[in-house]
Design a protein around this ligand. Structure first.
Ligand code: ACO
Length: 326
């Protein structure tokens, strides 16, 4: 098996910022409640005419430029998203077309906020086995398009964005050292967009009942997240034969500062090794981790040889983590 690593990264968020104060204009909420319960101060929201493929294209382009790889060299594009442009065709195919990646296969992968982890784990298998040399993995979301903007318990949580990573073979001993994935469909109803699929096809009734918007049992998802974030991080380190002291950086899914803090306490990792940017972006689902990775790298906080753990949880329910040596 070949060693596989990240050789280029990029991210993109739409310009438009919505602050907590902005919500006060049309919702019974306030800045203090949102910050104390979530840690979120603002989020970027895509304009109505900007689909997720545009965000993914911009992030993908930057990642390819960072890796100095031409689009024609890409063998496979995986887009992790729960807010694709269409039910079909796949957003990955649209992004490949925009990029000019005419030799690439493409498919979408749906694992909610764990999507980027699922994406890099999936993409790296093709390279490890020698089937492909270059895989572009993009986590992109426009959750703003499927939110109920009258539901204060959900719409304040999310933001739009995309982050991308180019995977290629790397020096032995570097790159991905281990991963851990899991799912539990019995919790599927805790976080879903119920209508528009084959269970509840679109109808006037589904629209009237708001079933095309994100529905969440926040408290239950919170309990699940606190439990699973610690567990999956412990397991991924065990899989890679590493200890928490070996970790230089933890990049957790950016859903809620209280969930991050609970995971940090559980793991006993020093908070200065933990990346937090949810105050600026809110929960960008599959985009959260790659945007945080990109920002952290560009800020000069990652050095060659650093051990990085990325861990997420999301709708499905799903969870996933991977550990890599940069
Ligand atoms: N502003 C003011 N009050 C609010 C707001 C708001 N925006 N939202 C809810 N409230 C009220 C509630 O109505 C409730 O009022 P009541 O006591 O009169 O009934 C009160 O605040 C407390 O509400 P709770 O739901 O108990 O608040 P909680 O502390 O649980 O925080 C939250 C809610 C932030 C949603 C939390 O449960 C959470 O973060 N859950 C996890 C969500 C998550 O991470 N989801 C992403 C999953 S990843 C993916 O795949 C997309």
């Amino acid at each position: 098996m070949r060693s596989v690593g990240i050789v280029g990264i990029g991210s993109y968020v739409p310009e438009n910022i919505v602050t907590n104060k902005d919500f006060e204009q049309f919702l019974d909420t306030n800045d203090e409640w949102i910050i104390s319960r979530t840690g979120i101060k603002q989020r970027h929201i895509a304009p109505k005419d900007m689909p997720v493929s545009e965000l993914c294209y911009q992030a993908g382009l930057k990642a390819l430029e960072d890796a100095q790889i031409a689009p024609e060299e890409v063998d496979l594009i995986i887009v992790a998203t729960i807010t694709p442009d269409y039910a079909f065709p796949a957003t990955a195919c649209l992004v490949a077309d925009r990029l000019g990646a005419r030799n690439a296969a493409g498919f979408d992968l749906e694992a909610g906020c764990s999507g980027f982890i699922y994406g890099v784990v999936t993409g790296s298998q093709f390279i490890a086995t020698g089937m492909y040399k270059t895989v572009l993995v993009i986590g992109g979301e426009t959750l703003s398009k499927v939110l109920n903007w009258k539901d204060r318990s959900t719409c304040i949580l999310f933001g739009d964005g995309a982050g991308a990573a180019v995977l290629q073979p790397v020096k032995e001993g570097f790159g991905f050292l281990g991963f851990e994935l899991g799912s539990d469909g019995s919790g599927g109803a805790l976080l879903s967009q119920p209508a528009g699929g084959s269970m509840y096809p679109a109808s006037l009734e589904t629209v009237e009942k708001n079933l095309h918007t994100l529905q969440m049992e926040g408290k239950e998802v919170y309990k699940f997240a606190v439990r699973v974030m610690g567990e999956v991080s412990v397991k991924v380190l065990k899989n890679a034969d590493l200890k928490i002291e070996d970790v230089d950086l933890l990049i957790p899914h950016q859903a809620n500062i209280r969930i991050v803090d609970a995971a940090v306490r559980r793991l006993g990792i020093s908070p200065d090794k933990v990346v937090v940017n949810l105050d600026k972006y809110g929960n960008m689902s599959a985009a959260s981790i790659p945007v945080a990775l990109d920002e952290t790298f560009k800020s000069g906080r990652i050095a060659e040889g650093d051990i990085i753990v990325m861990a997420g949880f999301g709708t499905g329910l799903t969870w996933g983590a991977c550990v890599l040596k940069w």
